[in-house]
Write a protein of this length. Structure first.
Length: 253
């Protein structure tokens, strides 16, 4: 039923989709130039609109988390059949989750990879918040911790930012419920484990595989209205690596 509802919404054209189509031109030679190219004015492509998103992307240099082409607006490999998403997708994720990224919020980042987005969200929830990044490839867990410690060690030391090795499909119940959940890989359907760990009033964004070649993957927003009711919104088409097991990810070609 969820997939049928989402397919009915695919025909709707959104301003977000239009902005993200343009955003592939949002390159820079420095982190500052990249963030400027994404901003909503004559100099940028309008992916984000909040000064909070701008400020956090300026504070977290993408080069700490991406060893090649850090300011190119395109996904980059980080090894083990994983990628760091394009900057415009990170800006979009932050903008979409921003109402839930307030001081004291609990946040889950599934498939945290390089640690970039996890770190951005940890800045946004303040010293009273908790952001958990969960990653199932142990080498990427170690990589992300090393990346974060280049310039943001204090957030790991004070406990607001945690990187956990585990199966993101199961979530991380120990720190639930979450005000915001970001999923950085494409699920075959809406994961009930994650819906259950979302707080009432919370929001999750994730790519969902529509299981047909015509519709492909869709970026979906899920808002939890009550313990028994959620609202879903189809945002746009995307291309993400699958949300799968370690064995399938390592063996994927």
């Amino acid at each position: 039923m969820l997939l049928n509802r989402l397919k009915q919404r695919i025909a709707a054209t959104t301003l977000l989709s239009a902005a993200l189509t343009m955003a592939w031109r949002s390159h820079g030679r420095t982190n500052n130039e990249l963030v400027t190219a994404l901003r909503p004015d004559a100099l940028g492509n309008g992916v984000y609109h909040s000064e909070r998103v701008r400020d956090v992307m300026l504070a977290v240099d993408r080069a700490d988390f991406c060893h090649s082409n850090p300011y190119l607006d395109a996904p980059q490999t980080i090894g083990y059949n994983a990628t760091i998403s394009a900057p415009h997708m990170h800006a979009s994720a932050l903008e979409l989750l921003l109402p839930k990224l307030t001081n004291g919020s609990h946040v889950l980042d599934i498939g945290s990879g390089s640690g970039y987005l996890t770190t951005c969200m940890a800045h946004l929830v303040g010293s009273e918040g908790v952001v958990v990044g969960i990653e199932h490839i142990p080498q990427l867990v170690n990589l992300s911790i090393a990346n974060i410690r280049k310039n943001h060690s204090e957030m790991m030391d004070d406990g607001r930012l945690k990187i956990i090795e585990g199966d993101g499909r199961l979530g991380y119940p120990a720190a639930a419920p979450y005000n915001a959940i970001h999923v950085g890989a494409a699920a075959e359907s809406l994961p009930q484990n994650l819906v259950d760990q979302l707080a009432v009033g919370g929001r999750m964004i994730l790519p969902v595989n529509m299981n047909d070649t015509r519709n492909g993957q869709r970026y979906v927003q899920v808002d939890k209205i009550s313990d028994s009711e959620i609202q879903t919104k189809d945002l746009m088409g995307v291309i993400y690596v699958p949300l799968t097991s370690v064995e399938h990810q390592i063996g994927r070609r």
